[in-house]
Design a protein around this ligand. Structure first.
Ligand code: CP3
Length: 341
């Protein structure tokens, strides 16, 4: 059991002296010590080398001091394990070679053996656990089926993922096949992470907000529900970004311990929709970390007052932005640590 167990207590719904804090995407992007490694090793080499995974995962723990570590990896290691070549292009983001463009392409995808093809992630987890030495809990993660399907069809990032959505409307059976297959792969993958030692897992459905409530019910909800039920042994956190309308359903009909929410949802609305059923995580607007530091402190306190200190994990509403000064990130974390003092 990690010495600092605030995050695990909050997930279990146990009372805490102050809420735990960590930041989505805390292990990369904005940290000068990370950017130096970026010059030396390409992206997937960083993900595949256990010593680098451990080193990068621990950078924010040493430099910023959050109450949990998130494994350094990426959601796109899953499509990569299924056979796609993916390049992480600086300034562009992920670019997938030969994205799915036909029913035949979709039907040809096979599940394969995750333990084997993603074994390097589990090696990374074990190396990270050694280096963390039980200071804080380690969070494992995966992309959600819908978000992974978006990239696998679109081939790269997009503001509306129109191609991916069109594919689902034109070929619902092929989409269903892919989502179901991805769900099975993700369940195996997350259970393997649990076996390797992560203390909790988070599922990133970063593009859930592109779906209306009805489409969410077919393209996202059933798969998130199944994942939450079939990952065993640790709490599951779901982050369906933008899907504020689904909070109630996610709280009551899935087995999630916590829901992560973005900054477009008020704490009062999120609490009312989910009542005491789940822990909530979020939801500081990442851009607000560019405010003057006294203002960050004030806003953090106000946010905790509104969510309440229990059943709450302080976080951002999405990943930290690359242009955030380290001092501002530290001020965010320190403001939480000083809460109630
Ligand atoms: O804290 C961490 O950084 C932990 C590791 C982590 C990364 N990606 C490393 C990364 C995590 C948890 C992710 C999740 C991820 N990856 C998501 C879901 C969360 C979210 O932000 O919505 C998504 C959609 C991706 C896909 C992805 N990976 C994109 C779109 C990009 C390019 C733009 C960007 O976000 O920076 C990446 C690249 C990536 N993944 C970087 C890092 C640190 C930056 C590139 C680099 O370091 O070379």
């Amino acid at each position: 059991m990690p010495k600092n167990d605030l995050y695990l207590k909050a997930l279990a719904g146990e009372p805490v002296p102050r809420p735990p804090v960590w930041m989505m995407r805390q292990a990369g992007r904005y940290l000068p010590s990370y950017l130096k490694l970026q010059e030396k090793y390409d992206f997937f080499t960083r993900c595949e080398t256990p010593e680098l995974v451990a080193q990068i995962t621990c950078l924010p723990i040493d430099e910023i001091g959050p109450d949990a570590a998130i494994l350094f990896s990426d959601i796109l290691v899953v499509p990569r394990a299924l056979g796609w070549d993916i390049e992480m292009k600086p300034g562009v983001g992920p670019v997938i070679d030969k994205p799915i463009s036909s029913v035949d392409d979709a039907m040809r995808v096979r599940k394969g053996d995750v333990q084997e093809s993603l074994g390097y992630v589990m090696d990374g987890i074990r190396a990270t656990k050694d280096q963390l030495d039980d200071r804080v809990p380690l969070i494992g993660f995966s992309g959600a089926p819908w978000t992974l399907l978006c990239y696998m069809i679109e081939g790269q990032g997009s503001k509306d993922f129109a191609k991916a959505k069109a594919f689902c409307y034109q070929h619902p059976e092929a989409a269903d096949h892919l989502l179901s297959l991805l769900t099975d792969v993700i369940i195996d993958y997350l259970n393997a992470q649990v076996e390797a030692g992560v203390h909790a897992v988070q599922v990133f459905d970063s593009w859930a907000g592109l779906l209306g409530p009805d489409d969410f019910n077919t393209l996202a909800m059933p798969w998130l529900k199944k994942i939450s039920e079939e990952v065993k042994g640790v709490p599951v956190v779901l982050f369906a970004k933008g899907a504020w309308y689904a909070l109630e359903r996610l709280a009551w009909r899935t087995n999630a311990s916590a829901l992560s929410i973005d900054w477009t949802v008020s704490p009062e609305y999120a609490r009312q929709a989910t009542r005491r059923e789940v822990t909530l995580q979020g939801n500081f607007d990442p851009s607000r970390l560019l405010s003057p530091i006294p203002e960050i402190r004030k806003q953090v306190k106000r946010m905790i007052d509104r969510f309440g200190k229990d059943r709450y994990i302080v976080n951002l509403g999405h990943g930290i932005l690359p242009n955030i000064p380290v001092d501002n990130a530290r001020a965010f974390v320190d403001a939480v640590k000083g809460y109630g003092a």
